[in-house]
Design a protein around this ligand. Structure first.
Ligand code: NAP
Length: 280
C-alpha cells in the first residue's frame, strides 16, 4: 500500500510556488498578496488563519490578516471587502468561515470579486468550474485532486465515488474528476447502500465528518482512497476512513493527519498566485 504523503507533496508544491513568486517579483516588480478576514475568536478559525498566514509568508507572498470582533456589523465587513476588491496590492481575499449568525455567508461570498476569490466559493467560479471554464478551484478538493494525480496520472474512465456533497468538498471534487473523464457517483446521507457504491470505486474520496465510516470491506482491491475527514475523538484526530482496515486493501491511502490537510493550505497559496497572474 502506498501511503500518500500529503506533507511531502505539499512541501514540494510550496517550493515550486516560492520560485514562482520570485519570478513574478522579477517580472512585475510586485508580489502576490493574500488578505484574510477573521471574524470572532473561535479557536479553530484562529489556528487555521495563523497557519495560512505563516504558509503565505514562507513562500514569499504578502500576507495580511484583518480581524473583527464577533459583533462586527455585516455592513462593515462588506465595505472592507469592497475596498480590498479595488486594492491592486491584494491578489486574493479569503473570509474565514464559519461566520457569526448575524452575518449572511452568501452575501459575503458574493461580495468578493470573482478574480480575487481564492476559495473558489463565488457562484461565478462555481459555475465556471462546472461548465469546464477557467475558475478558482476550492482548495481542499484541488489538494485531493493533486494527491490522486501523484498515484494515477491518467484518470480517464476511472470510476470515482465521492462521499459527501458539500459545496466545500464533494461538489467541486465531482467537477474536477468529471473534467478528468472519470465516471463519478456522488453519495450522501440518503444514499441507500453506501458500501455497495464504494465497492465499485477505483477512487474513493470521503468528505463526510463521521469518524472511520469507510471500512476495509467497502473498498475494492487497489482503489485509491482519499480521506478528507478531520474528526476529533477520544483517541485524537481521525479521518472518515478506518485507516488500519482500508490500508490492507487499498492501493494508496492518505493518512489523517498528514494527508489532505497540508495540501489545502498549499493550494490556497497556489490559488493566490493564480489570481495574481490573472490580474497582471
Ligand atoms: P459537510 O458540509 O457537513 O457535508 C458532509 C456531507 O456528508 C453531506 O453531503 C452529507 O450528506 C454527507 N453525509 C453525512 N452522513 C453521511 C452518511 N452516513 N453517509 C454518506 N454521506 C453522509 O462537511 P464538509 O464541510 O464537506 O467536511 C467533511 C469533512 O471534511 C469534515 O470532517 C471536515 O472537518 C473535513 N474537512 C477537512 C478539510 C481538510 O483540509 N482536510 C477541509 C474541509 C473539511 P447530506 O448532504 O445528505 O447531508
Amino acid at each position: 500500500m502506498i501511503l500518500i504523503d500529503g506533507k511531502k507533496v505539499a512541501a514540494e508544491l510550496r517550493e515550486e510556488l516560492k520560485k514562482e513568486v520570485l519570478n513574478l517579483k522579477a517580472k512585475h516588480n510586485k508580489i502576490p498578496g493574500l488578505t484574510v478576514i477573521l471574524i470572532g475568536d473561535m479557536a479553530p478559525s484562529q489556528i487555521y488563519v495563523r497557519m495560512k498566514e505563516k504558509a503565505a509568508n514562507e513562500v514569499g507572498l504578502k500576507s495580511e490578516v484583518i480581524k473583527y470582533p464577533s459583533e462586527v456589523e455585516e455592513k462593515t465587513v462588506l465595505e472592507k471587502i469592497n475596498e480590498l476588491n479595488k486594492d491592486s496590492s491584494v491578489s486574493g481575499i479569503l473570509v474565514q468561515l464559519p461566520l457569526p449568525e448575524h452575518i449572511n455567508k452568501q452575501k459575503v461570498i458574493e461580495s468578493i470579486a470573482p478574480k480575487k476569490d481564492v476559495d473558489g466559493f463565488h457562484p461565478m467560479n462555481v459555475g465556471n468550474l462546472s461548465s469546464g471554464y477557467d475558475s478558482s478551484i476550492p482548495c481542499t478538493p484541488l489538494g485531493c485532486y493533486l494527491l490522486i494525480k501523484t498515484i494515477e496520472p491518467n484518470l480517464s474512465g476511472k470510476k470515482a465515488i465521492i462521499i459527501g456533497r458539500s459545496n466545500l468538498n464533494g461538489k467541486p471534487m465531482t467537477q474536477l474528476l468529471l473534467r478528468e473523464n472519470c465516471t463519478v457517483t456522488v453519495t450522501h446521507s440518503k444514499t441507500k447502500d453506501l458500501k455497495a457504491e464504494c465497492l465499485k470505486g477505483d477512487i474513493i474520496v470521503a468528505a463526510v465528518g463521521i469518524p472511520q465510516l469507510v471500512r476495509g470491506d467497502w473498498i475494492k482491491k487497489d482503489a485509491i482512497v482519499i480521506d478528507v475527514g478531520i474528526n476529533k475523538t477520544d483517541k485524537g484526530i481521525v479521518g472518515d476512513v478506518a485507516f488500519e482496515e482500508v490500508s490492507k486493501v487499498a492501493k494508496a491511502l492518505t493518512p489523517v493527519p498528514g494527508g489532505v490537510g497540508p495540501m489545502t493550505i498549499a493550494c490556497l497559496l497556489k490559488n493566490t498566485i493564480e489570481c495574481f497572474k490573472k490580474s497582471n
